[in-house]
Design a protein around this ligand. Sequence first.
Ligand SMILES: NC(=O)c1ccc[n+]([C@@H]2O[C@H](COP(=O)([O-])OP(=O)(O)OC[C@H]3O[C@@H](n4cnc5c(N)ncnc54)[C@H](OP(=O)(O)O)[C@@H]3O)[C@@H](O)[C@H]2O)c1
Length: 244
Amino acid sequence: MSTKIVFVTGANRGIGFAIVQALSTRFPNNTYLLGVRSLSNGQEAIKTLQSLGLASTFHAIEIDITSDSSIQTAISSISAQHPRVDVLVNNAAIAERTKPSEPGFRDSCNKTLNANVTSFFSITSAFLPLLHASPRPHIINISSARASMYKQTHAQLPPTASIPYNVSKTALNVGMLEMAKLEPGVLFQAASPGHCKTAFNGWTGKRDPLDGARVVVELVGDEGKEWGMGFWEFEEERMGRVEW
Ligand SMILES: NC(=O)c1ccc[n+]([C@@H]2O[C@H](COP(=O)([O-])OP(=O)(O)OC[C@H]3O[C@@H](n4cnc5c(N)ncnc54)[C@H](OP(=O)(O)O)[C@@H]3O)[C@@H](O)[C@H]2O)c1
């Protein structure tokens, strides 16, 4: 398909913004719907994209991924202007850092799992009618190397910053596999952007968010490859399927 309609949650800043920027740079004819909690932040983000010389069609769509009514309002707003969504990028997430022994852990853990896992199911389910109007419905979940059971058990991860976050990303990957069984006509993929410099980690990440976004560009791009379902990352100039 020559032009796609792409919806990205958490698109006003960080990796979500970089995903829109990188996709628009590579595929300018696509339409980009920026899922944002605050429309004014979304408009600012669009101005920034335009100031970078990007000429794609951009629209800000208000959505709080933890609110079913907000998700429904976003769907109505998209449906009023667009016949379908071709690519849904579930990017928005949080990481509460409370430890299990600390007060408030139950709330922190539930909040993180709600935003990072339950919202995936709710948004994905709600977007299915728009996705099924696409000839090639495609969902990309922004996951993390932290999700990997293999890395966890082979000392391949740095010290844990947030237990609820790590659990949520493993659950997200399993959730994706379960949703894929229910929706065989939809291509589900999980992507790891790597450790990127964003507010998420207090700007301690080593990678530019634009580098983190490259994996999504590869997965969205019609490069003549059928990537299939899996967990993908783009490291050291190589696109790879990661064991998880
Ligand atoms: N940074 C890394 O090193 C790294 C590594 C691996 C994976 N990831 C993944 O990459 C994704 C993006 O991370 P990031 O580093 O770009 O984080 P970020 O800079 O903190 O941005 C998070 C985005 O999510 C949005 N968001 C949070 N809660 C929301 C809600 N309830 N409803 C709607 N939007 C909400 C935020 O909106 P507001 O601006 O309104 O708060 C913001 O746009 C996440 O899935 C994260 O797990 C990041």
